[in-house]
Design a protein around this ligand. Sequence first.
Ligand code: PLP
Length: 376
Amino acid sequence: MDRINTFSARQTAALGLARPAVAHLQPFEPELADLPLEKMKAELGQDRVIKLSFNENPYGPSPRAVEAMQRELTQLHLYQDSKGDDLRRAIAADLEVEPEQVILTNGADELIFLTAFAFLEPGDEVIIPTPTFGQYRASSLAMGARPVPVALTDFRIDVETILQAVSSCTKIVFLCNPNNPTGSFISQEELDYLSRRLPENIVLAIDEAYIDYVTDPSCALGLRSLAHRENLLIIRTFSKIHGLAAARVGFGISHVPLIEALQRARLPFNVNRIGQAGALASWQDKAYTDTMRELNTANREYLYTLLESAGMSYIPSQTNFVLADVKQDAAAVFRQLAEAGIIVRSGAGYGLYRHLRITVGRKEDLTRLGEVLRRC
Ligand SMILES: Cc1ncc(COP(=O)(O)O)c(C=O)c1O
């Protein structure tokens, strides 16, 4: 309420008209680490800034995706296919599901929001292993639902604590696998255990934004559990390994009834023409994503060695970021890195005051990071 009271009378009146759940949301206020690269440079007064705060692909999109997107530029006066059938068919064929089991969304973010919009009513509970990606909580709050955080155990999601948190009000469980910001994952046995024991009327939403980077075969795949559970939703994105973050394309996979519910909830033209074309070309360019995975694995190993030689430790990661324990106040290390033109993600937002989440960048950028870390 304090925040509302500090607004001018006119704003307060408008906020008063908003649904209470919305009026009480905190607007997204970008910090330094949230700024686009150009703004970061201006803010820091530096020509060269290394951005390791957003888990973006440092190598950019596939050249084939770039060509496909360029071809669409002259067609922007025409509305695109509202369901994105070419891309849905391509995804469905490779993942061995039906196209009707796939929904395209404006990034994974929109799919998280649509899941909340489609399924939550005020008073419902949403179980969220924490710390994790913030949009599960924000989207639940926007619907007037109650986020129920459950703590990780040793930086890993613990399926038993999720089951213990289930109540008659639970409507959704959001599971980020591998988890952001820890980079850790749950095994197939753990996912199957959870999926079989969770009451059927709860939506199990598995966010696999980073799944394409995984090389450990014991990591769970939502697709392998789909046959056992009707209300299971897999959330994926083209923002990470495909390097198409600004094209805003995500997708969901589930059984047809759940996808139908989400299709009713979405806006008709949620994924733009350029994004659809880029995502389709990138999906078909398997050699590119394979190369990105290999580069990421090698660079991640390199980052581990740099952290070790700076006397720091880390949580082993299956993603394109690493949660580093800097063994001191992470805010001070963050500042030293920022002065050197390197922006990482502070752990403070996740309640981790000795940790920094560092995106696996290009090797030369990591070398620079290592030099600064050794001086911290
Ligand atoms: C776990 C997780 N889910 C979803 C997203 C959002 O992805 P998108 O760009 O597709 O909206 C992110 C972005 O960083 C993420 O870390």
